[in-house]
Design a protein around this ligand. Structure first.
Ligand code: S3P
Length: 441
């Protein structure tokens, strides 16, 4: 990053969050809508698509693979599906930017296409572990090379065919599960994936929506290769992972009363609501409905006093992206919050345990990292300057901390907020956060 790229958030202390708002579309569902729409037979119309850099990286990759995709325009995308075997070799490498989901799902989807392809990413993505997907793909007969460190670039070589595997995931990861299910579409036999704990199931739900039979039995999901996808219309709900910043912000800022519209509340994603409620948050779930196979609701959140808790380990995979925001809630709670069983946070867009602990400490909060979690003692939050390490969720979490801070919070390196939440600054300001973003040279 050159210094000219340093986008800085300045957030003045105090205030509260009020009004009605809709945060942008779900990132996980947006990625999958492009992938399955591209492989389907017929035309897929998408509404509510996330126009953030991560999902746009997936969209661009499929354009480079020869798919005709119109949009996005105001969240609408139209895909002329090419069928299961219609992708074409791209002219160059596929650059997936900061997006781990794009890389891990695409390597599975592309491993059995009979094409030679290279997947690359930015500095953060190029440091993230990829053997967790390339090892089981190799067991299916795929040929994918990583660097010696097991990282991207990923070089895919064509193979004659893939063979289904019966695989027990070593970590609770929807990205690994989805990677192998997508590879399984091209494998002979039945691919069976067993997870150690439930993880987001958008791939399974969307495959069913496209007419592809998927069987779920307990912790195991399976599908037979060789089927086809039939185009459909997809209405993408607002992303609960983006709503999470506002759930925390409104909870910690006295006087807040906020309605978050049309949020996806899939039970494999609702850990943030469960954890905040256990801490004493006041979150009402209104207007529940089913939208295209995904549960959706409006969330009303009002300020509440929080108490520290031991976060139940079974909630960890259900809230895996929401911990930066939850750590801010913990800093505002009375007593101690203890997180365990969350070592995965160390290999996200940044090491979210260390980076959050460093930032909280810089703001005067007693936060002690542990190998698989953190211990946070609630107390006053001072003003100060923190680094986001280019991690979108760290930047937005610290922005919300200003609602309870004693002085201004300045957050460095915030341009990656655009990967998941374009328009964050304007939307947060419209709800009452005193935030400004500035470029610094
Ligand atoms: C995602 C799965 C999660 C999550 C990521 C999106 C997905 O990753 O952190 O932001 O869309 O499948 P892991 O599966 O690695 O936990």
């Amino acid at each position: 990053m050159s210094s000219a790229d340093n986008l800085i958030f300045h957030v003045r202390p105090g205030g509260c969050l009020t009004g009605n708002l809709r945060v942008p579309g779900d990132k996980s569902i947006s990625h999958r809508s492009i992938m399955l729409g591209s492989l389907a037979e017929g035309t897929t119309h998408i509404r509510g698509f996330l126009e953030g850099e991560d999902s746009l990286a997936t969209l661009q990759a499929f354009r480079e693979l020869g798919v005709d995709i119109e949009g996005p325009a105001d969240g609408e995308v139209t895909i002329q599906g090419v069928g299961m075997h219609g992708l074409k070799a791209p002219a160059g490498v596929l650059d997936l930017g900061n997006s781990g989901t794009s890389m891990r799902l695409l390597v599975g989807l592309l491993a059995g296409q009979g094409l030679a392809l290279t997947l690359v990413g930015d500095r953060s993505l190029s440091g993230r572990p990829m053997r967790r997907v390339t090892d089981p793909l190799a067991a299916m007969g795929a040929r994918v090379e990583t660097t010696e460190q097991g990282t991207a670039p990923l070089k895919i070589q064509p193979v004659e065919e893939l063979t289904a595997i019966d695989y027990r995931l070593p970590v609770a990861s929807a990205q690994i599960k989805s990677c192998l299910l997508l590879a399984g579409l091209y494998a002979s036999g039945t691919t069976r994936i067993t997870e150690p704990a439930p993880t987001r199931d958008h791939t399974e739900r969307m495959l069913s929506g496209f007419g592809y039979p998927v069987v779920k039995e307990g912790a195991t999901v399976s599908l037979n290769g060789g089927g086809k996808l039939t185009a459909c219309d997809i209405d993408i709900p607002a992303d609960i992972s983006s709503a999470a910043f506002f759930l925390v912000g409104a909870t910690i800022a006295s006087g807040s009363d906020l309605l978050l519209k049309h949020v996806g509340i899939n039970p494999t994603r609702d850990g943030v609501i469960n954890i905040l409620r256990l801490m004493g948050a006041d979150i009402e779930i209104l207007n529940r409905q089913d939208v295209g196979g995904e549960p959706v609701a409006d969330l009303r959140v009002r300020a509440a006093r929080l108490r520290g808790i031991a976060i139940p380990v079974d909630q960890v995979p259900l809230a895996i992206d929401e911990f930066p925001a939850l750590f801010v809630a913990a800093a505002c709670a009375e007593g101690t919050t203890v997180l365990t069983g969350a070592e995965e946070l160390r290999v996200k867009e940044s090491d979210r345990i260390q980076v959050m602990a460093d930032g909280l400490q810089a703001l005067g909060v007693d936060a002690t990292p542990t190998p698989d979690g953190i211990v946070i003692q609630g107390g006053p939050i001072r003003g100060g300057r923190v680094g986001s390490h280019g991690d979108h969720r760290i930047a937005m979490a610290f922005a919300m901390a200003a609602l309870r801070a004693e002085g201004e919070i300045v957050i460095d390196d915030c341009s990656n907020v655009n990967t998941s939440f374009p328009g964050f600054v304007a939307l947060a300001a419209s709800a009452g956060l005193a935030i400004e973003s500035k470029k610094e040279n």
